[in-house]
Design a protein. Structure first.
Length: 124
């Protein structure tokens, strides 16, 4: 049994995507959109589909956004405009930003990664 588990771990593909979340995000003038961004490196020729969520407990605010990025194989920037869902209100201050990303090649998923900013992101 241990040999089977070891074989599965060794056969797993190498993690092909590197992504982070920038320490600041921007709130639109109408308060309905949060613009979040960060660095991304993914294999050239693949596409990277992002789903970003932003929460702020103080105003019971939640926003979500999606974007597909064409991978260049070199460091590049991703950005998503997340749209507020519900009646909660965002205000300048700390927010939590999390992302789910999946890379695709030829219509097949090649990698999946979920991450959150390690510290609260400052919303401006």
């Amino acid at each position: 049994m241990l040999a089977v588990i070891a074989a599965l771990v060794l056969a797993a593909p190498a993690f092909a995507v590197f992504a982070k979340i920038d320490p600041t995000a921007t709130l639109s003038a109408d308060g309905r959109h949060v613009h979040a961004s960060g660095p991304l490196t993914c294999p050239k020729g693949e596409s990277f589909r992002l789903r970003v969520s932003v929460t702020q407990r103080a105003g019971a605010a939640y926003a979500e956004g999606n974007k597909t990025v064409a991978c260049t194989g070199t460091p590049q920037e991703w950005s998503v405009s997340a749209v507020r869902i519900g009646s909660g209100r965002f205000a300048a201050g700390p927010v939590e930003v999390c992302a789910l990303g999946r890379s695709f090649a030829g219509g097949e998923v090649t990698d999946a990664h979920q991450w959150c900013a390690k510290k609260p992101v400052t919303l401006r």
